[in-house]
Design a protein around this ligand. Structure first.
Ligand code: BEZ
Length: 338
């Protein structure tokens, strides 16, 4: 079995057609056919059901496709990383999700540039999940996002938790209420805007104070917790997840393409939404931003880099971030790269 055969198989399996795969790979149809036959012979397994149109994979073929495509993506990442190790990028390419642009990102970049005048910085607006692929392919050296990632190639540093605020139209009955409860917002039309959903089965409950409880209290808490968990486990939309953690399902929701659109609709009086606190400068003529009483209703900010190859300037970037947090009195926990 060799790499050429595997790449031919992946192309045919993905495109479900020999002729489409010839264009994608630049190989002729007889060559593709021969490579696939050799692969099946080496494995002693039929991978493709050639009698169906479009072509279909056999059960064994589907399994092989899943595993081999993951391996080839890794191989690609290793190749890029090896090339970069011998010639690291001279500039620093930074990926970011739009919501951090309204917060401290501009200040972070300005401080970093002041301290590192010799390095060219490029900024790229990339969604959280796309940042992971962009790190692997070398498109960016570091990424700022709001979602945790479980990827063996990636290391993440949790920079801080930013409180969510409620954004309400100025004419809303609750617009002047200073400390809001999620429960009181459940009847308002909630506008959702996240494009990235949370991976399933998140359990953020703390059992730190369980030691002082009786066994009965503990088991009551446990069953209440299980009931809440069974709800939150199935909720992957980030704002609905925050409500679900408090046992609340908003009565009416709708979904828009991004945060700017959501705030535009709030400004137009269409509904309410929750946004990280740094967004409270947007459309202040029409929108009232209020705090929530719940301390755990927060949006984390992460810094992501590759685990095995961190651009040498990323530690200076982290120092600039911590300096700004210190100057502004922002609560954070200092972390280091592994
Ligand atoms: C922050 O708001 O904490 C932040 C935003 C972007 C980069 C680093 C930190």
């Amino acid at each position: 079995m060799d790499l050429k055969q595997l790449k031919a198989f992946i192309a045919v399996a993905k495109l479900q057609s020999f002729s489409a795969a010839t264009q994608a790979t630049g190989l002729s149809q007889p060559t593709l056919s021969r490579l696939l036959k050799q692969l099946e012979r080496d494995l002693e397994v039929v991978l493709i059901d050639r009698y169906h149109r479009p072509l279909q994979l056999t059960t064994a073929g589907l399994f092989f496709y899943d595993k081999i495509s993951a391996l080839l993506i890794e191989l690609d990442a290793v190749t890029h990383m090896t090339q970069r190790l011998s010639a690291p990028s001279k500039g620093l390419n930074i990926g970011f999700v739009p919501s951090v642009l309204y917060g401290l990102l501009p200040e972070v970049i300005a401080t970093f540039k002041q301290q590192n005048a010799d390095i060219e910085v490029t900024l790229k607006d990339i969604s959280s999940y796309q940042q992971i692929e962009a790190l692997k392919s070398g498109e960016i050296d570091v990424g700022f996002g709001r979602f945790a990632h479980q990827d063996p190639w990636i290391q993440q540093i949790l920079l801080r938790h930013e409180r969510y605020l409620v954004a309400l139209p100025k004419a809303h009955a609750l617009a002047e209420v200073k400390e809001q409860r999620l429960l009181d917002l459940a009847n308002s039309h909630l506008i959702l805007y996240h494009q990235t959903h949370l991976p399933g089965l998140i359990n953020t409950d703390s059992t730190a104070d369980d030691t002082s409880m009786s066994t009965r209290d503990k088991s009551a808490k446990q069953s209440a917790k299980s009931a809440t968990n069974s709800v939150t486990d199935s909720v992957t939309e980030p704002l609905l997840y925050l409500f679900a953690q408090h046992g609340i399902t908003p009565l009416r929701t709708s979904k828009v393409s991004d945060l700017q659109v959501a705030l535009g609709l709030v400004a137009a009086g269409e509904g309410i939404t929750l946004v990280p606190a740094s967004l409270q400068v947007m459309r202040t003529k029409q929108i009232s931003y209020q705090r929530l009483i719940h301390e755990n209703v927060t949006s984390p900010i992460y810094l992501h880099t590759l685990k095995d190859f961190t651009h040498p300037k990323v530690s200076d970037l982290l120092t600039a971030i911590y300096e700004i947090y210190e100057q502004r009195g922002i609560t954070y926990r200092r972390q280091q790269f592994v």
